[in-house]
Design a protein around this ligand. Structure first.
Ligand code: SAM
Ligand code: SF4
Ligand code: SF4
Length: 345
């Protein structure tokens, strides 16, 4: 079914290291900046109008995306995640996935989605060769879920999307839950209870000061250690070894065999030292950190082919010094930063 090459091709000799010695392994590519939700921590409705979005011509075409990805693979990227905005709003996404699966050296293509449109697309995405899906899910309670999507989302649609993904044969499904103090922290245990034993891996993410419009305050963060303690008290956990260097989630197994969960602790335990990710927005700008102020446009290079992209990105990566989360201060968190819905997390 998938044309992906199971063994990653070793990075080219020219695979760059940044100023802190970090190689480039992963690419997160936003295929669209628009979203059908308005999660207040990402794209608050009062700050981002309903009709927000570039005109379609401003987005990279599928041909341009293919060239771009080939360029990144030339310098060592073997993992690609398609994201957004809401990537399932991008028309004909399965066609893009099919084109990308043909790229030699790309070992893994994953998707992050809010899941609301997944029920009707899961089968086509699987057939196109998509390997893994991550679905964002912050609450099981229908009223709270609706509020956490800015009044746009229905939990039943997302649960239906998860089921459809399973039926389509996705055997690696993860759920991302961003936990905010006093907002949805009471959903953590019900979520664990619901998905324990299902084979689906739930990961709790600390609320981050991404972008400039979510009004982040440190008091809104529920530290992973606190959540871990609450879950461990109910269902004992044991820690698991990382599967690879740079894995962002700390993984735990339920002692009783109920599967695994993860914690992504970008605020309380930053992992910049192992950050091997680049991000590209839907209009083709490169961001070397989730908290970058400015992106570097790559679109003008695409007509010159993937080798030109590779050279240019290698030069930019070699100059990279980003480690925002390790240096985070209250004052710094109000400086200009790219919005999460532009670079997709
Ligand atoms: N729309 C898709 C979705 O929600 O899954 C993909 C893009 S969304 C920007 C990617 C991820 O970023 C989601 O899991 C979302 O919960 C997470 N996210 C957005 N804002 C965040 C914040 N302030 N702190 C932590 N995670 C955030
Ligand atoms: Fe949309 Fe995802 Fe941001 Fe929510 S987190 S507003 S679903 S892009
Ligand atoms: Fe990577 Fe920037 Fe996040 Fe640090 S803050 S882990 S450098 S994206």
């Amino acid at each position: 079914m998938s044309a992906l090459h199971p063994t990653p091709v070793p990075p080219a000799a020219s695979s760059p290291r940044d100023m802190l010695g970090r190689p480039l392994h992963d690419l997160r590519l936003s295929v669209i900046e628009a979203c059908n939700f308005r999660c207040p921590y990402c794209m608050p409705a009062e700050r981002v109008p309903d009709d927000y979005g570039f005109d379609a011509a401003s987005r990279l075409s599928f041909g341009e995306i293919e060239t771009l990805v080939r360029g990144f693979v030339r310098i060592g990227v073997s993992k690609l995640r398609l994201t957004g905005g809401e990537p399932l709003l991008r028309k004909h996404l399965p066609q893009l996935v099919r084109r990308l699966t043909a790229i030699e050296g790309l070992a893994d293509i994953a998707l992050t989605t809010n899941g609301s449109l997944l029920a009707s697309q899961a089968q086509a995405l699987r057939e196109a060769g998509l390997g893994r899906i991550t679905i964002s899910l912050d609450a099981l309670d229908p009223v709270l879920f609706r509020a956490m999507t800015g009044g746009r989302g229905e939990i039943a649609d997302v649960l239906g999307g998860i089921e459809a993904a399973r039926r389509a044969g996705f055997d690696s499904i993860k759920l991302n839950c961003v936990v905010q103090r006093g907002v949805n922290e009471d959903q953590a245990l019900p979520l664990v209870e619901h998905f324990r034993g299902s084979g689906i891996v739930l990961r709790f993410i600390e609320y981050m000061d991404v972008g400039t419009c979510n009004g982040w305050r440190r008091e809104g963060v529920v530290p992973s250690a606190e959540l871990h303690a609450r879950i461990h008290a109910r269902w004992p956990l044991r820690s698991l070894q990382p599967q690879y260097r740079g894995e962002v989630a700390s993984r735990y197994a339920f002692v009783d065999g109920g599967g695994e969960i993860g914690f992504i602790s970008s605020v309380t335990a930053p992992f910049c030292g192992d950050c091997h990710r680049a991000r590209v927005s839907a209009d083709g700008a490169l961001y070397t950190c989730l908290f970058s102020g400015e992106g570097t446009p790559l679109r003008p290079l695409l007509a010159q082919g993937d080798a030109a992209v590779a050279d240019h990105v290698a030069a930019l990566w070699s100059a990279r010094v980003d480690r925002y989360s390790e240096l985070r201060t209250e004052a710094g968190s109000s400086r200009k930063k790219v919005e999460m819905f532009l670079v997709g997390g």
